[in-house]
Design a binder for this molecule. Sequence first.
Ligand SMILES: Cc1cc2nc3c(=O)[nH]c(=O)nc-3n(C[C@H](O)[C@H](O)[C@H](O)COP(=O)(O)OP(=O)(O)OC[C@H]3O[C@@H](n4cnc5c(N)ncnc54)[C@H](O)[C@@H]3O)c2cc1C
Ligand SMILES: NC(=O)c1ccc[n+]([C@@H]2O[C@H](COP(=O)([O-])OP(=O)(O)OC[C@H]3O[C@@H](n4cnc5c(N)ncnc54)[C@H](O)[C@@H]3O)[C@@H](O)[C@H]2O)c1
Length: 451
Amino acid sequence: MDADTEHFDVVVLGLGPGGEELAGRLAEAGLAVAGVEAHLVGGECPYWGCVPSKMMVRAADLLAEGRRIPSMAGEATVVPDWAPVARRIRDEATDDWDDKVAADRFLGKGGTLVRGRGRITAPGEVTVDDTRVLRARRGIVIATGSQPSVPPIPGLAGTPYWTNHEAVEAERVPESIVVLGGGAVGVELGQVLRRFGAEVTVLEAAERLLALEEPEVGELVAKVFAHEGITVRTGAEVTRVDHHGAAFTVMTEDGSHRAERLLIATGRRCDLAAVGVGALGLDESAPAVEVDERMRAAEGVWAIGDVTGKGFYTHVAMYQARIALADILGERAPAADYRAVPRVTFTDPEVGSVGLTEAQARERGLDVRTAVTSVSSSARGWIHRAEGLVKLVADDRVLVGATAAGPAGGEVLGLLTLAVDARVPIERLTSMIYAYPTFHRAVEDTLARLG
Ligand SMILES: Cc1cc2nc3c(=O)[nH]c(=O)nc-3n(C[C@H](O)[C@H](O)[C@H](O)COP(=O)(O)OP(=O)(O)OC[C@H]3O[C@@H](n4cnc5c(N)ncnc54)[C@H](O)[C@@H]3O)c2cc1C
Ligand SMILES: NC(=O)c1ccc[n+]([C@@H]2O[C@H](COP(=O)([O-])OP(=O)(O)OC[C@H]3O[C@@H](n4cnc5c(N)ncnc54)[C@H](O)[C@@H]3O)[C@@H](O)[C@H]2O)c1
């Protein structure tokens, strides 16, 4: 045995939400676990993703709610101030981007934290920063997450563009910003920055915002954005980016957009070559690590989280961590099932969706029925003067997909997720009682329209 080699039962590569959860649970189960982390224990979600971005959303929603007072509740003067948002992100969300609490939590469970960049160098072997060699008796877990995917636009490389990292770390709101990409990151952060006073232009290559969701949702968000003074260009092809002095110029086929900042929000990518999956005989050029329903990628290799390409969500990473945990410990557990993955985009209106969109269902050859209702036609929607919609996609017996957009759309989604996941018969959904006057009563109205 090589004296310089350190031996463990399991080596977990990457301690984001997926890796941290799995490594901690394996250590609690008594296994010798090394968690290798190149940056911060906790990964993208707590430091530059879900948590700080939702603090930004919460603050922006408060401003919007305050601005709704005049027509319904009297007088209000709303003066946005980014300082408390930046402070909360620094002090409450990220401990000034310090992972001591998370690292201590993992150590407290009995894990060994190995700081540095790991690379798989042979089956069962991870080499960290080209110096420390870790051997894994039972196996390796790849939980290396994803990075922003930056498009190869002429002129863009080398400019001080923002990704979600710089946007979350911002100490002040720019006067103007072009947001490239109208997916989840682009619409959430674009709306926040607009509500704090920035001039915002969203350039989206697809024909609509939130292009993977139901078309009605893209239209709804675009309508709200127009009302809030956000410029949206869909079908936009950016041909060149320049940065001079204090401004970016973003050229598209039909004009140019100048702004103080440019946010790249054009999706995520996984660098499998950097992880060294080739040493396991896996394809380094693939977009994601292919896994089976137990999260196995090869003999003695599991992968979880963004790197599996099954949905870039913290709840997917944690769900997969649970499945891999059971498999590594040799316990019985249900196999991975992605029929009912919930997705929530925290715009206002909030967009929750689960399962298949109508288009996805038809692509799969399902002969589906659909119905849509406006939240404003439900009692609570009308009382609140709320924007939103519910759309249901059903086969002859059960819902296969659903969307709830509106106030607390992500919470309304809870009942729809259960319906899709548990295959609740539609006749059961139509016969149950929905509290009056809630936003989720729009689900009952929509079911009635399914016919
Ligand atoms: C702005 C934004 C907002 C988001 N909001 C939400 C939300 O509201 N809800 C939601 O569910 N999801 C949200 N997400 C997505 C969510 O953050 C990710 O899906 C989640 O973090 C994925 O977890 P993970 O464990 O797969 O990987 P990651 O969080 O990416 O963590 C991977 C870790 O591995 C480390 N690593 C990578 N390579 C190596 C290596 N070779 N050696 C050692 N360490 C390595 C990295 O440093 C990192 O810490 C958001 C994402 C963004 C960008
Ligand atoms: N609330 C949440 O759960 C949440 C929030 C933020 C991010 N996320 C996750 O993070 C992932 C990344 O988010 P994202 O918004 O970066 O990616 P995304 O894939 O959701 O959207 C990227 C958008 O950019 C567009 N695009 C790509 N190249 C372009 C170009 N050159 N010019 C203009 N538009 C272009 C795409 O058409 C797409 O609509 C998402 O998949 C999501 O799962 C989740």
